[in-house]
Ligand binder design. Structure first.
Ligand SMILES: *Cc1c(COP(=O)(O)O)cnc(C)c1O
Length: 231
């Protein structure tokens, strides 16, 4: 089933859109099956769960952290994480920089934006993001950039949980516009700032129409998660 689901999704997404298989709450065997189908990008939202799974699976997997990350847990991810999607404060960015340096790595991150009409979701607004970016991208002439061990590669967001597809579309369009504005202002000459992580099982087709580059899909690949599991 997992293999079939993956093949179906891959057939429906353009080549420039990366599929991240969100494997949270699912057992190792399910991830193994996805891996054997050729899937290499996996997303998890709990640090504990991710560090338990990571050593049990092949090391060419690219692990995406898609949850809300607490600063005191950054050290567990810094040695191996491929991309941290949910960065929503300067403090977190500084901590990632510090832990990345200890591991001799540059860790890629996305800034998370609050685009939904719900108060339960995390993320920055444009003004907060610009405050962060003004302080971290303004490398003064002759000085090293302030956070040399993090690389901001784009933006991430989650649409409102609703059946109103036009609302979802507006929210994704808003995130795309935020991406473009930040690109022009802070990353005009930096090709690595190129990612828009938006779209999940129920809305990834809309996200593709609105210019996503990374979709994070869980239940459509692995089946529904248990009702007691959150989110
Ligand atoms: C769980 C989760 C997903 C995947 O959700 P599905 O609806 O199962 O595709 C995507 N993004 C984030 C941040 C998640 O927590």
């Amino acid at each position: 089933m997992i293999s079939e689901n993956l093949t179906n999704i891959q057939a429906n997404i353009p080549e420039n859109v990366k599929l991240i298989a969100v494997s949270k709450t699912k057992p190792i065997e399910d991830l193994q099956e996805a891996y054997e189908t050729g899937q290499r990008d996996f997303g998890e939202n709990k640090v504990q769960e991710l560090i338990e799974k990571y050593p049990q699976l092949p090391n060419d997997i690219r692990w995406h952290f898609i949850g809300h990350l607490q600063t005191n847990k950054v050290k567990f991810l810094a040695p191996f994480v491929h991309l941290i999607h949910g960065v929503d404060s300067l403090k977190l960015l500084q901590e990632i920089d510090k832990e990345a340096k200890k591991n001799n790595r540059v860790v890629d991150c996305l800034l998370e934006f609050f685009i939904a009409e719900e108060t339960t979701k995390f993320g920055l607004d444009l003004q907060e993001a610009e405050e962060i970016l003004s302080s971290v991208t303004a490398g003064r002439a002759g000085h090293a950039p302030p956070l040399p061990n993090v690389r901001i590669c784009g933006v991430m967001g989650m649409a409102t949980f609703t059946n109103d597809t036009e609302q979802i579309r507006r929210e994704f369009r808003n995130l795309h516009q935020i991406f473009q504005r930040l690109k022009e202002r802070y990353f005009a000459n930096e090709p690595h700032f190129c990612e828009i992580s938006m779209g999940m099982s129920d809305d990834f087709l809309i996200a593709i129409e609105e210019g996503t580059t990374m979709i994070r899909v869980g239940s459509t690949i692995f089946g529904r998660r248990g009702v007691l599991q959150t989110p």
